[in-house]
Design a protein. Structure first.
Length: 393
């Protein structure tokens, strides 16, 4: 079935069209070409079917050398082998050790906001915190957070993810030379050490995949991907939740009275306002889904935001609720073997950022007339600004 629903666009009627697809046509051919999977059941199953679907933002015909394939693009079994390095370095226990540092970072930025009586939370709080946190997690100096934020934005907002090039050149180093030079410097500094360290950079340089260590280019590729993805998605998660909290005095009061509700609020924000709205895949073999015939080479969009509001999966899906029996039962971080490796980091950063705000702020009010303006990244959802007035606790 063809449809006028375009998964690469977003407007006021998008949610209603998603609901119509879930009810009438869970697998459809969109106006812009890709197939679109609309239901929770279909998206969940597809995330686990690595024989059929391989992650790719690349445009049709774009070929990326193996050394410059991001982790989500690497086909099995190598994907799982490289992923083990990331998982070991990003394990929950290791990430939790950074909580005091992340909390101190939040307090520093809140000091300035409270002194000014408020400001734009996106620029003054939501933008810096994830970039500093991902630098700490990966083993880079947090003082470079502003450069990392700018470089990540240039990468995500540009043509490199789809075209493997931009107006500056081809390949990661050609298209984004400042970003790659910074990461290459981190790698060179670790190579010069007797022991490269136990953080992610050190592990990527010292551990083996199929009997060989990653090349510097392979390590750089994955580090750039993690810097950029750790910035973009976590920033939108924080922005969405803080926007909702600031706009709903009852929710703000409930969370301030009972901090144990904050993890549930994080999960419900992930479900209702998924920072990643769509996951893009290449079809690798012939497959029939709900009567639709998909062919090798077809582009497929997993409708994460649609799946997370599926009436067949969630009771009262259009309501923000803190009492769901399985709050992590959403697909905001994907699913299966390709579930986001930074999910626990994103949860930690967001929880701490909300806790710090509630500790320091007695009342928050969104500026009169402010409207939610979505980021222009086509696959993402999050506010571009959040002007607020803050009353100190």
């Amino acid at each position: 079935m063809s449809t006028t629903v375009d998964p690469l666009s977003y407007d006021d009627g998008f949610r209603e069209r998603q609901a119509a697809l879930r009810a009438q046509c869970p697998v459809s051919r969109t106006a812009s070409g890709p197939w679109y999977l609309a239901t929770y059941e279909r998206v969940d199953a597809a995330t686990r079917d690595l024989d059929t679907f391989l992650a790719s933002f690349r445009a049709a015909g774009v070929v990326v050398p193996a050394e410059e394939q991001f982790i989500n693009e690497i086909a099995p079994p190598r994907h799982g082998q490289v992923r083990k390095i990331l998982n070991a370095a990003l394990a929950t226990a290791k990430v939790m050790q950074l909580e005091p540092q992340i909390r101190a970072v939040c307090d520093d930025f809140l000091d300035d906001l409270l002194a000014a009586g408020g400001g734009d939370l996106v620029d003054a709080y939501i933008r810096p915190v994830p970039n500093i946190a991902i630098a700490l997690v990966l083993g880079a100096s947090p003082e470079h957070w502003d450069d990392l934020a700018r470089w990540s934005d240039e990468l995500v907002h540009g043509t490199y993810p789809t075209q493997y090039r931009n107006e500056r050149g081809e390949g990661l180093a050609g298209a984004h030379p400042e970003f790659t030079a910074f990461v290459d410097g981190l790698i060179a500094e670790r190579r010069a050490r007797e022991h490269p360290g136990d953080d992610l950079i050190g592990r990527m340089l010292s551990e083996e995949v199929e009997g060989q260590r990653l090349t510097d280019v392979e390590a750089r590729t994955q580090l750039v991907f993690l810097f950029a993805s750790g910035n973009e998605t976590t920033r939108h998660l924080m922005g969405n939740l803080l926007h909702r909290i600031a706009s709903d005095p009852q929710l703000y009061a409930a969370l301030r009275d009972d901090r144990s509700l904050i993890p549930a609020a994080v999960e419900e924000s992930l479900r209702m306002d998924s920072p990643v709205q769509h996951l893009f895949r290449d079809c690798r073999r012939e497959v029939e889904l709900d009567g639709a015939q998909l062919e090798p080479g077809d582009k497929v969009v997993f409708g994460v935001s649609s799946a997370n509001r599926d009436e067949a999966r969630f009771d009262d899906p259009e309501t923000f609720r803190l009492d769901r029996h399985n709050p992590r039962g959403h697909l905001a971080f994907g699913g299966g073997p390709h579930v986001c490796p930074g999910a626990n980091i994103a949860r930690l950063e967001t929880r701490v950022a909300v806790e710090a705000l509630l500790d320091r702020v007695a009342a928050i009010e969104v500026a009169p007339g402010h409207e939610f303006n979505k980021t222009d990244v086509f696959w993402a959802y999050g506010p571009t600004s959040l002007p607020v007035t803050l009353t100190p606790a």
